[in-house]
Design a protein around this ligand. Structure first.
Ligand code: ADP
Ligand code: MG
Length: 260
């Protein structure tokens, strides 16, 4: 890795807040988030339901703008851009992966992967080539002409990841990418993320699954709109298990039995 690559931040969030207003009530979903993600990093975002994960993802993904604070994505200040400008940045910089895959059911895997390239204004032949390459990257070269209902859950998520990669975005942003998969299939998708990370892709993903968080080289934990931990994914994931009230209850019961 070159020095500029090793030091340059792809994502720089500074003092990010997001306040939702519901009538007279205010919900402070993000309360001052500072976060830097360098090119090539793989970062998991974890935290309990309501801690602000989706809000943070939406800000990072340029789907929403913060109430205050600064956000630089790939060197460009994006916190105060218009909706059109944000849409343009999203198309160029970010590949999205969703829990529910979000594929077009009547289209082949290949057509699904080509779709974002249409917005890039690429010619049909070039689109096809890039889409095929992306499907090869996720190990689906032999399933290009299948429709989503002719694919397994894991294969559907692979198509969605190929679609996210096709336009060669600087950031892969995933929201609970293993949330709809059984554990064996989830493992297959985790391995794919590991391979993409090894190939140099920058990945930010939200997960509530400790087994996925533990595999992220770095994870941050949100609580009540703030980052309360930032470190190796395994440590950040374990911390959650340690603090889990169910584990505490199980431990208390074991000690009581041992004592009695
Ligand atoms: P998570 O994804 O970690 O479950 P969210 O980012 O969805 O958390 O939500 C953080 C807080 O903001 C929660 O208290 C939630 O109720 C609130 N919230 C999220 N979206 C909205 C919205 N559109 N309007 C009002 N409050 C919201
Ligand atoms: Mg959420």
């Amino acid at each position: 890795m070159s020095e500029s690559n090793a030091t340059s931040a792809l994502i720089e969030l500074q003092g990010i807040t997001r306040i939702y207003r519901l009538g007279s009530e205010e919900v402070r979903a993000l309360r001052g988030v500072d976060l830097k993600v360098r090119k090539g990093e793989w970062v998991g975002i974890v935290g309990q339901s309501g801690s602000g994960k989706s809000t943070l993802m939406n800000v990072i993904g340029c789907l929403d703008t913060p109430s205050s604070g600064e956000y630089r994505l790939n060197g460009r200040a994006v916190a105060h851009l218009s909706d059109d400008e944000l849409a343009d940045i999203r198309n160029r910089e970010i590949g999205f992966v969703f829990q529910t895959f979000q594929l077009l059911p009547r289209e082949t895997a290949l057509a699904n992967v080509e779709l974002p390239l249409v917005y890039r204004g690429l010619k049909a032949k070039e689109r096809r080539e890039k889409a095929k390459l992306a499907l090869e990257k996720v190990g689906l070269a032999d399933r290009m002409y299948h429709r989503p209902n002719e694919l397994s859950g894991g294969q559907r998520q692979r198509v969605a990841i190929a679609r996210a990669l096709a336009a060669e975005p600087s950031l892969l942003l995933a929201d609970e990418p293993t949330g709809n998969l059984d554990s064996a299939t989830g493992e297959e998708i985790i391995r794919l993320f590991e391979a993409l990370h090894d190939a140099g892709h920058t990945i930010v993903l939200v997960t509530h699954e400790p087994r996925l968080a533990a595999r992220c080289p770095r994870a941050v934990r949100l609580s009540d709109g703030r980052i309360i931990a930032d470190g190796p994914g395994l440590e950040v994931a374990m911390q959650n298990l340690r603090d889990d009230p169910r584990l505490a209850a199980a431990n208390a019961e074991l000690s009581a039995r041992a004592g009695g």
